[in-house]
Design a protein around this ligand. Structure first.
Ligand SMILES: Cc1ncc(COP(=O)(O)O)c(C=O)c1O
Length: 422
């Protein structure tokens, strides 16, 4: 039995982040200060080597405002990867454009270039590029494709901030890039997003749009600050009790009842609709959490690279009839946010892991993370992206965050394979 491991539940949070969040909770008068937002924007743009950064409440807002600022709307089409979350499909619907779903490559979980050529039409205006799990997309192919069809490129850095492709930083290839600082992402402000771009005109338009957005509501800001504090208390108590009646589970039930840690995706978003509070501004208090996380980004990425490469080493030494595929390369220029493997029976592996107090990840085991009956509401017809649907049926994500060490990697690999991985 290993120490409990939770792939989600505020994985980036460390003591300093919790203390900072707690201090912010005690001083609500400074929550909407603009200075930390400017500083956070400056830190991210400098880190990526870009000229402009505009912070908002989430990546979905960042993408929505970017599409608007680029003049994309009714009658236009936007190419999207099919192995993603609904929140990145919705902004295309919200501006009145049509999401066009591109299938993925089964080996790297990124867009399949042969399908891309089939999906482009004279109405296509932009492509969203997602570096899934931190695996970089072959960007020279994207830039050539975009040039040929006169498309805007928007990179989604949800799974990689600081990764490189052929020596060039991800996020610097396109017209703009969107970042999320959601709770389980590369760095976390619990809720938060940003657009980064070298295009001065685009940045100007975005700043104008953001200036007329409302600020994030008080309760939403409170739940964001409370979130890391809640998880640092609750995680160690998760298994404290008898069988399934435990203190941690009790706290989680209470927090859900009171909506004390907030929803990351609102109910209407699962059906393609826009909640009224989107888009809104990033509060200064969350920008402070982001600035603290930025200081640790290099360290996090280095650790993620080591742990990802360790999974690769351990899994390549033990053959298991349960595993269909694991990412077969050592990362050199990038680090993974989660380590993806494909297994015959994900439910079986999740259950085995749970018995050992390990909660593995399931990004994106359901297409777009929505109920099947809602797929048509976001414009997806079943079997449009057969590879993505197949991968979704077999995907498991292994944890990589700062508290994972060699011992955890060995334990997790053993549990998955039922064999000694050392
Ligand atoms: C690939 C990807 N991009 C963007 C987002 C959106 O992030 P946010 O929650 O900040 O809107 C998500 C959400 O989980 C995601 O999976």
């Amino acid at each position: 039995m290993t120490k409990p491991i939770f792939i989600a539940a505020s994985p980036n949070t460390q003591k300093d982040d919790v203390c900072l969040a707690f201090k912010q909770l005690l001083w609500p008068f400074g929550w909407y200060s603009k200075k930390p937002v400017k500083e956070f924007e400056g830190a991210v743009q400098d880190y990526l080597g870009l000229k402009n950064a505009i912070a908002v409440d989430s990546a979905r807002s960042a993408f929505y405002l970017t599409l608007k600022a680029l003049g994309i709307g009714f009658g236009d089409e936007v190419l999207l990867p099919s192995f993603t979350c609904v929140v990145i499909v919705n902004p295309v619907l919200w501006v009145g454009a049509k999401p066009v779903f591109v299938d993925i490559n089964r080996k790297n979980f990124n867009i399949d270039f042969s399908d891309l050529e089939k999906k482009v039409t004279p109405k296509t205006k932009a492509i969203l590029v997602q570096h899934t799990f931190g695996i970089p997309v072959e960007m020279e192919k994207v830039t050539a494709f975009a040039k040929k069809h006169n498309l805007k490129i928007i990179e989604d850095l949800a799974h990689s901030i600081g990764g490189k492709y052929k020596g060039k930083t991800l996020g610097t290839f396109g017209d703009a890039s969107v970042l999320t600082f959601g709770i389980e992402k590369v760095i976390s402000t619990v809720r938060g997003g940003m657009v980064v771009t070298n295009d001065r005109n685009l940045a100007q338009k975005l700043r104008e749009k953001v200036s007329s957005c409302p600020r994030m509501g008080l309760y939403r800001t409170f739940t964001s600050l409370f979130n890391p504090v809640f998880w640092v208390i609750t995680k160690p108590l998760y298994y404290l009790g008898i069988k399934k009646i435990t203190l941690g589970r009790f706290f989680i039930a209470i927090s859900r009842l009171m909506n004390a840690t907030g929803q990351m995706i609102e109910k209407e978003e699962y059906a393609g609709q826009k909640p009224g509070f989107i888009p809104s501004k990033m509060p200064g208090t969350l920008a402070k959490l982001g600035l603290n996380q930025m200081k640790k980004l290099e360290k996090y990425n280095k650790h993620r690279k080591q742990i990802g490469n360790l999974y690769f080493e351990k899994l390549s030494k033990i053959a298991s009839s349960e595993i269909i595929y694991y990412y077969p390369k050592k990362m050199s220029e990038c680090s993974l946010l989660r380590y993806p493997i494909l297994v015959k029976n994900p439910d079986l592996i999740h259950a085995k892991a749970k018995k050992n107090r390990i909660i593995l990840g399931n990004w994106y085991e359901r297409m777009f993370h929505i109920p099947v009956e809602n797929l048509e509401l976001i414009g997806y017809k079943k079997e449009t992206a057969k590879n993505a649907e197949w991968v979704a049926r077999h995907i498991i994500n292994l944890p990589i965050y700062w508290a994972i060490n060699e011992k955890s990697v060995i334990a997790i690999s053993q549990i998955i394979c039922g064999k000694t991985a050392a």
